[in-house]
Design a protein around this ligand. Sequence first.
Ligand code: GDP
Ligand code: MG
Length: 391
Amino acid sequence: MANWLETCQQQLTRLEKASVLADKLVTLSNKTEVDIALDLAQKINIEQTRLNQQIDRLRVNRFEVAVIGLEKAGKSALLNAWLGQEILPSARERCTFTSTEIWSAQTEQDQLLSIQYYSKEEITKLQHQRRDALASALLSDKEKKEIQEDYDDTEKNLSAIHEFSRQKNGFTQAFIDISEISEHLQAAIFKNRAQSLAIKRIQLKTVRLRSDRDIIFHDVPGFNSGILMHAEQAVHRLKNCDAIIYAKEMKQPSITGPEKDMLLVADSEDPTIKVANKIFVVLTQADALDDAIDFKDTYEKHRANWPGVPERRMIPVCARAHLVESGIPSEDTLRRSKAADDKLKLKKIGITDGMPLLKEAVNFYIDHERAEVLKKKTLRCISQQYSLLRR
Ligand SMILES: Nc1nc2c(ncn2[C@@H]2O[C@H](COP(=O)(O)OP(=O)(O)O)[C@@H](O)[C@H]2O)c(=O)[nH]1
Ligand SMILES: [Mg+2]
């Protein structure tokens, strides 16, 4: 199997050559407007943008992972387990849509919490979309109730929300120890209703993600929020990621409607790269299974849904047990883990907490499998260029 760094260099060179060609094509199409059909000129522009995006990503050598899954599937708990500390609120209360990004910081001094707010115009747009969603027949009563709550609370808190919108650069705070910001983060997401309704994006740079591979996680909610703007943000994330971690409650082996939609979006991004080539199916809350036989049966059911995904990328985990054993859990998590006796449960089922396996699988993907994906992408980019050229 190819090595990532080598492939990266090779493909970068090829793409850069293709990019020169693309520039020529664009110049040519601008000069000879009469001769080149409008749709062809547009196609050339689109392909050129795609090509340049690919080149930029390769140059910075970043690996972006979208973490998707239904609400309560355990996305936040999984990321906390990965980081080894309970940083993201793993929700019992419902939290409004918030898109969270976790970046790796190289030194403690680079650690930063940034919160970006919706503009006044975006808040207005969101309210319109909430009203549209309420009128639609597609949503369940529970979903409508939540949207209605967000709508009403936004109306009620409008001036406070607009105060946040006025902070054009948002809020940023440097920190050394994560405890310095956890209170602010909790308040922003749960306690201060106006603030949580105003938040568009949270970015956290932490050394807890430090590794020789530059990983960025996007906690992507919003697919089943019913709100267009949220869905658009989620789709954008999905289309632009290098890999997907799909958090799926192990006890629920069938794939629901909203999940199918998410996976279809991810599949449509690039005809050469199917979801199966870049997905990690993480079976969460594996401790909830009864025993080894139940575990094996359920695992086989999940496997049947993903024939194209290697077993190495289908990993049962118990995030809570990992956080308790190898990280810094909150008191609440510690209590729950003790009450459920996670340790004994995993032993009875005959599995580990799965987190080291997941990390290993992601690193293996970055170093090896991704090289194959990149080659295919480059080939596609280049062959598109040539087919445009021939016309
Ligand atoms: N049994 C069990 N429950 C867990 C585990 N990890 C998280 N949970 C619970 O699962 C629920 C949903 O988790 P959360 O991370 O907030 O889901 P999200 O909405 O996908 O981000 C929470 O109530 C957690 O306490 C686990 O390893 N085992
Ligand atoms: Mg969450």
